[in-house]
Design a protein. Structure first.
Length: 211
């Protein structure tokens, strides 16, 4: 899958201004993130051998991003105006099949960013353009930041049904896996953990999409 950098950069502006999942839920303080680990039997090409960081704040339906599918475009191509990105190898990741041309920002911060959705203890989805712009101007612009093209989303009850049918293993999420683990090792390690420890039996299945 390839994305034209200019198209991605343009789409980012529209997504930051209009993505309803972020905009409508940004005031919710709840951290409800988990990892969904694709079962070996899951053959959907969008999600085969993926790990999805997914959250469901108090309002709205579950959404998230695939954390283990790097793409070709470098961030320096998408944000050529940011001098600190030049010469770096940081890439964009495929976040999911919804709004593929838009960018989603996942950040690790001690303080909640503006207009953010709380995912884990110190991890947030943010769509505040000024705050993101400031992050990209730092000496180490991508420290504690991942950028995704597209995201994953489910209709009411859909994800709960997929979990019940065995398509996903539910695993506790952690920031180190997202920001520090080698991408190619994420799914193999987590599927092994889920299988050996019978994670789906040990971790309560969240009532995603159930109201």
């Amino acid at each position: 899958m390839r994305f034209h950098p200019t198209l991605l950069r343009t789409a980012c502006v529209f997504l930051l201004a209009a993505w309803p999942a972020i905009e409508a839920l940004s005031a919710d303080p709840t951290a409800s993130g988990i990892f969904l680990v694709a079962a070996r039997e899951l053959r959907d090409p969008n999600f085969r051998e993926t790990v999805v960081l997914v959250t469901q704040p108090g309002r709205g339906e579950p959404f998230g991003v695939i954390i283990n599918r790097p793409l070709r475009p470098r961030l320096s191509e998408i944000f050529p105006e940011h001098e600190m990105l030049k010469g770096r190898q940081d890439v964009v990741y495929f976040g999911g099949p919804v709004t593929r041309e838009g960018l989603v920002f996942l950040v690790r911060s001690n303080e909640p960013p503006p207009r953010a959705v709380h995912v884990l203890n110190d991890v947030y989805f943010s769509n505040d353009p000024d705050w993101i712009d400031g992050m990209l101007k730092r000496v180490n612009p991508t420290e504690g930041m991942r950028v995704y093209a597209g995201h994953a989303g489910w209709a009411p009850g859909q994800l709960q049904n997929e979990i019940a049918q065995g398509g996903w293993h539910v695993v506790p999420a952690d920031a180190d896996t997202i920001f520090h683990k080698e991408t190619s090792a994420i799914w193999p390690d987590l599927i092994k953990r889920a299988t050996l420890r019978h994670t789906r039996a040990e971790i309560p299945v969240p009532a995603f999409g159930v109201r």
